[in-house]
Design a protein around this ligand. Sequence first.
Ligand code: PLP
Length: 391
Amino acid sequence: MTGLNVNAERIYLDHASTSPLDPIALEAMLPYLTGCHGNPNSLHREGREAFVALEDSRRSIAKNLGARMPSEVIFTSGGTESDNSALQGIVDHTAPYNGHAHVIVSTMEHHAVLNPAARLAKQGHEVTYLAPRRDGFIYPEDLSAAMRENTVLVSVMLANNEIGTMQPVAELTRIAHTGGALLHTDAVQALGKVPLDLEKLGVDAASFSAHKIGGPKGVGALYLRRKTPFYPWMLGGGQEAGRRSGTQNVAGAVGFAAALDARCADIEERRKELTSMRDRCIDAVLAACPSVSLAVDPRGSDLYLPNIIAFLVDGLEGETTLLDLDNVGIAASAGSACSSESLEPSHVLRSISIPDRLAYGSLRVSLGYTTTEKDINRFIEIIPSIIEKRS
Ligand code: PLP
């Protein structure tokens, strides 16, 4: 251990990548990392204690998600596993009755959806990639036009991790259902930022991750609406009612539930605060830096997440801006952290027809539960010197 204090005088504006562990979650987890070590599937007292903690967490998460029943929530290792399981698990169960299946995914999905979709194509299924329009939204009529007789699954994310657009998922679900298909939504970024009511949304499956909201890394949930056809992706001892084998991460589930509870307690109020900080930041940066524009403009609309800004800096590489910011104590992201090892411009920005020249200069600023007005002030103060220095 290096004893590195990553928080020392730093300003963290990369919450879409991950959020720091909320002390509330840590405190809730500690008893399950130390004293209470039982396997929740064991019958003895230690096991029963762990079981109670796991099921209490499931109930609490289900309530905060607006699920009708706790059993609709399956614990997983995170958003990636939930996405993989949803796509493969639903198609595996459904396809034998449909012959080769047709699946629709949007082109702006996270790779945790795009890559499983590519695998389905390799397995002989047909995959249609549905593009958003230039404004970053998937239009219901475009989904209607893409539906086919053998479409079994549509996967469209609730909110995008790079540009923050929130899709009309309730309407898309109605279209999928009318065509006899199910709808999965990756709700990783929407969780804890905007109120969710899965029952009302009507989706058949949804993916969540704890570490984007102040929970621990390596735990998430897959919501599977009752009766959703599903062949488990993870096979083994039959835990999670046979839908996800493997001994559950009890402390992780407890931390996830505690973080979600904390985020949901003041979600409307915090949404307003984040929106106001986001818009103030955009106004100030655009006014001070003529070479900066936006991939999409979320100001004045509630169709965007309150915490994501996708700046485009003309003539500067996003990675360079990111490193310069890092040097002065500010953590942001050059597009999506998940694809930051790739030298290709972001597939999300390409999907909304941002020219590569501008996409190379993308700088994502994402706010979260720890963000303060002071953080935004500091960012606004520093960014012109970083951009103007080299442009
Ligand atoms: N889906 C979206 C939209 C994300 O932003 C991420 C994380 O970056 C994931 C899925 C993957 O989640 P996890 O890191 O929990 O595997």
